[in-house]
Design a protein around this ligand. Structure first.
Ligand code: NAD
Length: 422
């Protein structure tokens, strides 16, 4: 009964999950209680509501949030999500994860996140543009290149970042590309940003495979989610000689132990649906994808998919969390006991914010790098961070997630002390 209650809380509340993760890591290094208490809450959360004229002439009032968790090391940074299920608690939790993600890759940022309750799938382009411009205007006092720098997240994209940069620049009366990242390249977006999350994830997978003494060539891979993160990861892993045996999206899952034809899957995804692939390779229950006997499992879709219910059936050697929050804390314990190497989200998907940081640096310098230069710098950042986490996991005999939090917490605590906060 107690276990079921724990699982119910874990599955539903990302805010409590991140607080548990902070407590777990803080215990390992005996972190001052004051620092833990500061980090368990966001510094500032702004709630805004704003009217937007819809295409039919009516006025709709939208609600949105911007959470700034901690700015000890630098301005806060994190995406803006447009989704009907956005909640204040979710935005706060996501901003906290961003603090630890920036810390683990040693970026001079704290964590931020934003969200607007809306469903872009049912809105026209013009309506989305008006919501985007109104939202950035509503939070314009608290964002800025040296305050808080948003980026894309679920259902927001480079075009939306372009509109937001334009509105912010008009309010300030000056071109301000450094206020937001993930922009179209012509107005200051970085080369390599679109592929950065998956590319960074693949760099960590390559290091993890060396750690467990396996080759990437011929390794089998299952990927849950075939969007920006999952699809690019499939391509990059296939380039490295991996065999992509399973992929899924919100409609269903495909599995061929001899390897899927990735070009076919991509074409079907673009033109109709992946389930138009040969039906003998459909998985009846898409959740079975997580339990396949593969070398590498990449959850790249949703939160809370590996839980107490299925963790004991997971057979992969390595789980690389391209998605944010796919594993619950109790499932983590089971995976660790089974000897599965979990590359945690705050490390595995940190390539996105790392190249966002590169974009911001290029905007501030007004000097732009080639894609090769961006990818080289990303590789170096991801490999250095992976080894910092891996070494610490060995030193304290702890799982990689706790180790990643420890790496991050040490940096944030040092900055808070240096600024005299504690
Ligand atoms: P996306 O919207 O481009 O793709 C999400 C994919 O997941 C889609 O293919 C969708 O069909 C699929 N999906 C939805 N429900 C599913 C289900 N029940 N089973 C299987 N697949 C399902 O989003 P994205 O940008 O690829 O983000 C995916 C995850 O990666 C999210 O957790 C996001 O927070 C995380 N992430 C993304 C980035 C980035 O730069 N894109 C950076 C860091 C973290």
């Amino acid at each position: 009964m107690k276990t079921q209650q724990t699982e119910a809380v874990e599955s539903l509340n990302p805010f409590q999950i991140v607080q548990t993760q902070i407590e777990n890591a803080a215990k390992i290094i005996g972190l001052d209680r004051e620092i833990v208490e500061i980090l368990k809450k966001p510094k500032r959360v702004m709630t805004v509501s704003f009217p937007v004229r819809m295409d039919d002439g009516s006025i709709q009032v939208f609600e949105g949030y911007r959470s700034q968790h901690n700015d000890a090391i630098g301005p806060t940074k994190g995406g803006i999500r447009f989704h009907p299920d956005v909640t204040r608690d979710e935005v706060i939790a996501l901003s906290m994860w961003m603090t630890f993600k920036c810390g683990v890759v040693n970026l001079p940022y704290g964590g931020g996140k934003g969200g607007v309750i809306c469903d872009p799938r049912t809105m026209s382009k013009g309506e989305i543009e008006r919501v985007s411009r109104r939202f950035i205007e509503a939070i314009s006092d608290i964002v800025g290149p040296d305050k808080d720098i948003p980026a894309p997240d679920v259902y927001t994209n480079p075009q939306i970042m372009g509109w937001m940069m334009d509105t912010y620049s008009r309010i300030k009366g000056a071109f301000n590309p450094g206020v937001i990242t993930g922009k179209p390249p012509i107005i200051g977006g970085s080369k390599g940003r679109n592929e950065a999350t998956a590319r960074g994830c693949v760099f960590t997978i390559a290091e993890a495979m060396k750690d467990i003494g396996k080759e990437l060539e011929g390794a089998t891979v299952a990927i849950q989610g075939f969007g920006n993160a999952g699809r690019v990861a499939a391509d990059l892993l296939a380039e490295q000689g991996c065999k992509i045996v399973a992929v899924s999206d919100s409609k269903g899952a495909l599995y061929n132990p001899d390897g899927l034809d990735l070009d076919d899957v991509k074409e079907l995804k673009d033109t109709s649906a992946i389930l138009n692939y040969d039906s003998s390779f459909h998985l009846k229950n898409p959740d079975e994808l997580l339990e396949l006997d593969v070398d590498i499992l990449v959850p790249a879709a949703l939160e809370n998919v590996i839980t107490l219910k299925n963790a004991h059936r997971v057979k992969a050697n390595i789980i690389a969390e391209a998605a944010n929050g796919p594993t619950t804390p109790d499932a983590d314990k089971i995976l660790y006991e089974k000897g599965i190497l979990v590359i945690p989200d705050i490390l595995a998907n940190a390539g996105g914010v790392t190249v966002s940081y590169f974009e911001w640096v290029q905007n501030l310098m007004n000097y732009y790098w080639s894609e090769e230069e961006v990818n080289e710098k990303l590789k170096s950042a991801m490999e250095t961070s992976y080894h910092a986490v891996s070494n610490l996991a060995q030193k304290y005999s702890i799982d990689f997630r706790t180790a990643a939090y420890v790496v991050s917490l040490k940096r944030i605590a040092e900055a808070m002390k240096a600024r005299g906060w504690v």
